[in-house]
Design a protein around this ligand. Sequence first.
Ligand code: NCD
Length: 345
Amino acid sequence: MIARPPLSRWSYRHVLDLAAFSQEDYATVLELANRFRALPMSGPRRLPALQGRLVTTLFFEPSTRTRSSFELAARRLSADVQSFSPASSALAKGESLLDTARTYVAMGSDVLVVRHGCSGVPALLARDLERAGCKVAVLNGGDGLHSHPSQALLDLFTLARHFNPDAPGLEALQRRRIVIVGDLLHSRVARSNLWALTACGADVVLCGPESLLPQGFEQFVSAPPPGQQLDPVPQRGSLRLERDLDRALEGADAVMTLRLQKERMRHHLITSLDAYHRRYGLNHERLQVCGKTVPVLHPGPVNRGVELSGDLLDDASVSLVEEQVRNGIPVRMALLYLMAATEDG
Ligand code: NCD
């Protein structure tokens, strides 16, 4: 049985991005995820928390990890789960996004997990559904270049667990130097991670070629989050840009690599994959610059031999990629649990 977590300040009906998350919000998710992760993997694995609830995954873009992980998380909390596939849906007959979403709400959905290639779609649906009087919660499963909150939360949890397995809270991230390398321009994962990591006091170093990491990106968290007068986080960790990977890696505590999002590159933004790997790819030899063993993360899917060498990806003493996948389930359980509890309250 899970003891009731500290929900008093959890007030989100929807989780659309992390920009407005306070340190308490992160602490609540990490604490709950840690409790869910500690549940025995054998014996009865379902908790009754979402019994009688319906969770619908509406994914308008491909996904391997996020969708299955949300569905598994929902099932572990005893929810009913249904999933929507755009190819075989009435979208092909011209039905609008909102009408598609309302159809699932009419079937009784309590939570819609939405992924879409255009930034802002989950927020738009949440607003329109509210206006239509629907009491459904919307969880962003990744939208365009904007945000991927559950991925950043699972990255945070994975790092916190790595640095302090016994107490994987915010303190574990304080003053850690985290390098994010790769295609930041197209990465919703990076954008969400910038809010999350700096909120927990980590110092972030951004690295990548000019075409994938534009000048000025280091200002990302320096203004209050969109729609807020004040930043809810009193003091964030720092953000710095470094073009040279070896210099970026000096003193690093962890490296987060990002996929080259070829499907979003309308122009040829890199000269060749080989050249990219030589300058920005990671392998065992390159990592020695850190001067100590540091963990490597990647949200997946990985372009083997481009962002990471195959050897490094498969080396479980360094690569946390599978650990990220595993941690995705308790983190998404935490989000679903919190949203259902908010509805109850
Ligand atoms: C990411 C995504 O879809 O934004 N993947 C994921 O959810 N695990 C990153 C990517 O596609 O590169």
